[in-house]
Design a protein around this ligand. Structure first.
Ligand SMILES: [Ca+2]
Ligand SMILES: [Ca+2]
Length: 687
């Protein structure tokens, strides 16, 4: 049997990340964790791709739906506590930033904030205002940054407050703000100049323009070429480190790694106990004038008004969101944060990005599969309009032959599309299933009627790939995006639900012949799953089967729980499902009770995933064993509570006590919410 573990693999394909990692002088390969806690399942070694791309540095983001910025935590590739590390605009996922951060000079010494000691980081409850609190190495100066994206303008605002904690005055206190934008994703082609009229930097490439400024015109500035030590255009980061800036006013398309800039305020004296606050802005626009205008308007808006606007936006959103009864305060905090994260990553176009991470790993795209779980969550929490927007986004992105690409940019352009056989057939079943689920929940059958051509195309596409000997789907890429060798159990379950949805939509469209064909296809598929994918010896449905040799891949696979929910091939009470769930709970459990994806997983060394932990919880809620479900949900709550962001990432490393891979992962947040809803009322989560 072929050993998959020797081949590079990844949940999401990482070509771009590899290119960027190779280009960057700052690229670092995250070292493999030195020791495993559970030697039976952990090897202490990541496979190649997760070892190279490393973990996201994300602490938390602020977002208005088309402008999103991310604040770094202390861990992950390129992490600098409190720095900005992603800046998406005008579509979520369209990145323009390497990093940007603040520095302070006082008593003749200069330090960046990430050279201070990070005391604490959190997100203000029920907002997306991200707070990072530091203290200087000598203990004299406290620095606190509060970061937010304006709700109605493409502007990031940082409010930095410095407080003298010592008993003596601090002399010559100056605030610095450094930016290394990479306009239009890459540093190449960028220009930077100082604009005296507004006292700001103008950083641009093509139609992407940014105005970088502070509350007042700076006392010092520098426009630099990255890694340039030789000319007046000295690298603006290096230039700052002696506290004196060169005042080079212009640098253009500097060869190689792009351009960077630094601004600094005039010196002030800070008496004992005294504080000062200074704001820094990054304002986006389609022209010099547009970005300058956004900067000026932001400067005129008081900080308190910005905070109030943020509070009232999220208050209104949360008040329109379903809150299940009986949550503990800890669960409630994670649940409310999950609702906010879903909305932050929902683009104005209807797309949902999987995670606000550009390269470590590259998840800043919209997947039909992840997005459908998010859309379902929005549907069940009172945000049906968002669900409809997503489904219409997917309908627009459907290929002419009825299939879907692997993922999409939020502007609708297909990103990874490897051809139909190399794409993922589960997604082609999932979108029609979600469309019909939306119609059932809202009663909007007229809307479904409009989607009938799209649903029909998807079902016809799937029919072409059904194997008539076994009734199963032909080979496709699996949901974890590892292999195209087999017919996968999860994919078959999703396609079953797609055919059932197609039959429902056909009946509504008075297309009786189509309804009959799709029902027949679903029944063939169900028989095929029952006959060919069960292993009596293993006591479970296997991961998949080679359609030619009928050789089974007998790894234990948590995603097979989709046979019950959401795809409804079998009942929760089916003895085979009961047996398989028990086996998943044994074979894939981590020491703290999280659930891994499948036996032998090496992607990020196969840590437990909230997505699969929730899957087992939802299964037990539907089976009528809520105590088991509560224990699994408690594990996810505990993971989320280990960081001040209260977010759920892709995988939790119990030994390092932090998220690895992407954080937050919107699919994880969605399934946490769905589990809470299933615990309140299992019937809410109908297959
Ligand atoms: Ca550029
Ligand atoms: Ca200097």
């Amino acid at each position: 049997m072929r050993d998959n573990s020797k081949r590079p693999k990844t949940r999401f394909l990482a070509g771009l990340a590899l290119v960027l990692a190779a280009c960057s002088p700052f690229a670092q390969v995250t070292a493999p964790p030195p020791a495993a806690q559970n030697p039976a399942t952990l090897t202490a070694q990541r496979e190649a791709i997760s070892a190279i791309v490393g973990d996201a540095p994300n602490f938390a983001a602020s977002s208005n739906g088309d402008f999103l910025s991310v604040v770094s935590g202390p861990d992950g590739r390129g992490a600098k506590s409190g720095a900005l590390v992603e800046l998406y605009w005008p579509n979520l996922g369209e990145d323009h930033l390497w990093d940007a951060y603040s520095g302070v000079s006082y008593n003749g010494q200069f330090l960046w904030l990430h050279q201070f000691k990070l005391e604490r980081q959190w997100v203000e409850p029920d907002t997306d205002i991200v707070v990072s609190r530091f203290v200087s190495p000598d203990g004299k100066l406290q620095a606190e940054t509060r970061d937010l994206a304006l709700r109605k303008a493409p502007v990031h605002v940082r409010n930095l407050t410095l407080t003298n904690r010592s008993a003596t005055p601090l002399e010559n206190v100056e605030v610095f703000f450094y930016e290394y934008l990479t306009a239009n994703l890459l540093p190449q082609g960028d220009h930077l100049e100082f604009v005296p009229a507004s006292g700001s930097l103008h950083h641009y490439d093509g139609n992407s323009h940014f105005a970088i400024g502070m509350d007042k015109p700076p006392a010092q500035y520098q426009c630099g070429g990255v890694q340039n030590y030789l000319t007046q255009a000295t690298d603006a980061r290096h230039d700052a480190q002696d506290g004196k800036l060169n005042k080079n006013a212009k640098v253009s398309a500097y060869v190689g790694l792009g351009v960077n800039g630094t601004l600094a305020t005039a010196p002030l004296r800070l008496a004992p106990g005294q504080s000062l606050s200074e704001r820094s802005f990054i304002a986006a626009g389609n022209s010099l004038a547009g970005s300058q205008q956004a900067l000026q308007q932001a400067r005129q808006m008081p900080w308190e008004a910005m905070v109030q606007e943020n509070i009232s936006t999220w208050k209104s959103y949360l008040s329109q969101s379903r809150m299940p009864a009986g949550l503990s305060p800890e669960e409630q905090a994670v649940y409310r944060r999950a609702l906010i994260v879903l909305q932050q990553n929902s683009a104005a176009t209807g797309a949902h990005i999987a995670a606000p991470t550009s390269t470590s790993p590259p998840y800043r795209f919209s997947w039909p599969r992840d997005g459908s779980f998010i859309a379902l969550t929005q549907l069940l929490t009172g945000h049906a309009d968002e669900t409809r927007k997503f489904l219409e986004f997917m309908a627009r992105g459907q290929k002419s032959n009825g299939g879907w690409a692997i993922n999409y940019r939020t502007n609708g352009q297909a990103w990874y599309d490897f051809g139909d056989r190399q794409n993922e057939h589960d997604q082609v079943g999932t979108v029609p299933w979600m469309m019909v689920t939306y119609a059932k929940e809202t009663g909007d059958w007229a809307w479904l009627q409009q989607q009938w051509p799209s649903i029909r195309k998807a079902c016809e596409f799937l029919l072409r790939y059904q194997d008539f000997r076994t009734g199963l789907m032909g080979p496709t890429r699996d949901l974890w995006e590892l292999s195209t060798a087999d017919s996968w159990t999860y994919s078959n379950a999703a396609v079953y639900a797609g055919f059932k949805a197609g039959a429902e939509a056909a009946r509504r469209a008075s297309a009786a012949a189509d309804a009959q064909r799709y029902e027949a296809a679903a029944e063939r598929l169900k028989r095929g799953i029952h006959e060919h994918l069960w292993s009596e010896k293993a006591g479970m449905y296997v991961r998949g089967i080679n359609i030619d040799t009928l050789k089974q891949d007998n790894k234990t696979e948590a995603a097979n729980l989709a046979l019950v929910w959401p795809f409804g091939v079998f009942e929760a009470q089916d003895p085979r499902m009961v047996k398989m769930a028990e086996k998943i709970g044994v074979d894939l459990a981590s020491p703290q009770g999280g659930i891994r994806r499948y036996t032998g997983d090496r992607y990020y060394d196969g840590q437990p995933w909230p997505v699969t932990t929730s899957w087992l919880a939802i299964y037990y809620a539907r089976l009528g064993q809520p105590e088991k479900a509560r224990r699994l949900q408690a594990t996810n709550t505990a993971y989320a509570q280990t960081t001040g962001s209260l977010q759920l990432g892709e995988q939790y490393d119990e030994r390092l006590k932090r998220w690895v891979s992407a954080t937050p992962l919107t699919w994880s947040e969605a399934k946490y919410i769905l589990t809470a809803l299933a615990l309140e009322d299992p019937a809410r989560l109908k297959p």
